[in-house]
Design a protein around this ligand. Structure first.
Ligand code: PLP
Length: 392
C-alpha cells in the first residue's frame, strides 16, 4: 500500500490544496526532482557547466540505468533526448524508405508522429496508411495482419493515446508486424510512468517517451529505447561528435550503442531531474503505481457520468488513467477554465492532436482528467462537485 499522506507531502504543488488532474499533460514533480534540478543549476553557476557535469558523471550514467530498469532494457539501448517527439522522429527519420514503401499509423496516432511520417513519405515516395480500429476502438490486429506486406517498413503503435483511456494490444500487433518484417516504433508517452512496461515482452523495436507526464520529471526531457541489434547497426539521420567520432579526415565511426541517437549538448540539470523522477517511481513500484492510477480513474469513470449531460469517451477494453469527457451544452475550454477557477486542474485535448480518431468520432475537443497516484478520493469528489456547479 502506498502512503498517500507521505506522497502528497512530498509534492510541493499540492500544498495549497489544489486538485491536480493533469498528469497526462505535465504532472507535478516530487520535491526531490525539483531539488535535484535546482541544485545542479546552482552548481553550474558556481563552477561552470563542464566541471559541474563532471562531478555528476556517475549519476548521469545512472539515469539510463534507471530508465532501463523501469522498462526491462539495458542502459546501452537508451538514448536520452529533450522530448518524446524528438525521440520518435530520431528513430522514424532513420528508417530507410524508398518509393512505394509503406508506413502504417494507427487511428489513435499523435499528431507529431503523423506529421513526421507524412513528411518522410513525401520526401521519399513512400505512403502513409492508417490501421483501422475494431468495434471497441482498439487497434484492429486482424486488419493490421491483412494490410501487411514486404513494402511495410515501419508500423507506428500508440500504447495509450493522448485523448482518452484506450490501451492498445501492442504485444500482439508487434508480433504480427514482425512476421512481415516491419519495424515497430511504440509511442509510450501516455503509458510510461503509469502502466508497467517491459520492452522485451512487448517486443517493439523502438519506444519513445517523455519525462514530464506520468513520470513526474522535468519539462524538456524524453528518451528513445532502441533494441540492441538495431542500436548497433542503424544509421541515425543526423550525427554530431557524440553520436559518432571523427576518425580520419574523411571518416567517422558511429557510437556503438543507442547513444548514436543522442547529440552531445543537453540540459544536464533536467537529465538529473529525470533520473530522480524515475528512481522515485522505481521506489514506489510500477505495479503499485498502476493499481493506484486505475483505482482513481475508475472512480472518475463511475462518478462523472452520474452528472447530467456528462459523457465519458473511453475506447477499448482496458483503460489507462486518462478519463476524457464532454458536457452537453458546455464548451470544453469553458469547463476547463471554470474548474480552474475552483482550483481543479484539467486540460482540453483538441481534434488536431489525434485527428484520425477525433474526426472519426466527430469530437472537436474533450476535457481530459488524468489523476496520478497522489490524487486523493476527496480530490476526485471535489472535481465532481465543482463540475456539478459548472453544469448548474
Ligand atoms: C504528449 C504526447 C507526445 C509528445 O510528447 P513530447 O514530449 O511533448 O514530445 C507524444 N505522444 C503522445 C501520445 C502524447 O500524449
Amino acid at each position: 500500500m502506498m502512503d498517500l499522506a507521505a506522497l502528497r507531502a512530498a509534492t510541493p504543488g499540492l500544498a495549497d490544496g489544489q486538485v491536480f488532474l493533469d498528469s497526462a499533460g505535465s504532472s507535478l514533480p516530487p520535491k526531490i526532482v525539483t531539488d535535484t534540478v535546482v541544485a545542479h543549476l546552482r552548481r553550474e553557476a558556481e563552477i561552470g557547466g563542464y566541471r559541474a557535469a563532471n562531478e555528476r558523471i556517475d549519476d548521469l550514467a545512472a539515469v539510463k540505468t534507471s530508465i532501463a530498469t523501469l522498462i526491462g532494457a539495458t542502459p546501452d539501448s537508451i538514448a536520452l533526448s529533450d522530448s518524446a517527439s524528438r525521440s520518435w522522429a530520431d528513430f522514424a527519420y532513420s528508417v530507410p524508405l524508398r518509393p512505394g514503401d509503406r508506413v502504417l499509423i494507427s487511428e489513435a496516432d499523435y499528431a507529431s508522429n503523423a506529421i513526421a511520417a507524412l513528411q518522410r513519405a513525401a520526401r521519399t515516395g513512400a505512403v502513409v496508411e492508417r490501421i483501422p480500429s475494431d468495434d471497441t476502438g482498439r487497434l484492429d490486429t486482424d486488419a493490421l495482419a491483412a494490410m501487411l506486406d514486404e513494402r511495410v517498413k515501419l508500423v507506428s503503435l500508440q500504447h495509450a493515446p493522448t485523448n482518452g483511456g484506450l490501451v492498445n494490444p501492442v504485444g500482439e500487433a508487434t508480433r504480427i508486424a514482425h512476421e512481415a518484417g516491419a519495424l515497430v516504433l511504440l509511442d509510450a508517452c501516455q503509458s510510461i510512468g503509469q502502466l508497467p512496461i517491459d520492452v522485451a515482452a512487448l517486443g517493439v523495436d523502438a519506444l519513445s517517451a517523455t519525462g514530464r507526464k506520468w513520470l513526474r520529471g522535468p519539462r524538456g526531457t524524453g528518451f528513445l529505447y532502441v533494441r540492441a541489434e538495431l542500436a548497433e547497426t542503424m544509421e541515425p539521420a543526423r550525427l554530431d561528435l557524440h553520436s559518432a567520432s571523427w576518425v580520419s579526415p574523411t571518416e567517422y565511426r558511429l557510437a556503438p550503442d543507442a547513444s548514436r541517437f543522442e547529440f552531445w549538448e543537453c540540459d544536464v540539470a533536467a537529465r538529473l531531474g529525470l533520473g530522480a523522477a524515475v528512481d522515485y517511481l522505481l521506489g514506489l513500484g510500477a505495479d503499485a503505481v498502476y493499481a493506484a492510477v486505475a483505482e482513481r480513474a475508475d472512480h472518475l469513470r463511475k462518478t462523472l457520468p452520474e452528472l447530467p449531460g456528462v459523457t465519458v469517451h473511453d475506447l477499448g477494453t482496458e483503460h489507462s488513467g486518462i478519463v476524457s469527457f464532454t458536457v452537453d451544452g458546455h464548451d470544453p475550454i469553458a469547463v476547463r477554465d471554470r474548474l480552474a477557477e475552483h482550483a481543479v486542474t484539467v486540460t482540453v485535448s483538441h481534434a488536431s492532436s489525434t485527428l484520425l480518431d477525433m474526426t472519426g468520432r466527430a469530437l472537436p475537443a474533450i476535457v481530459r482528467a488524468s489523476p496520478h497516484y497522489f490524487v486523493s478520493t476527496d480530490d476526485l469528489d471535489r472535481c465532481a462537485a465543482e463540475l456539478a456547479r459548472v453544469i448548474g
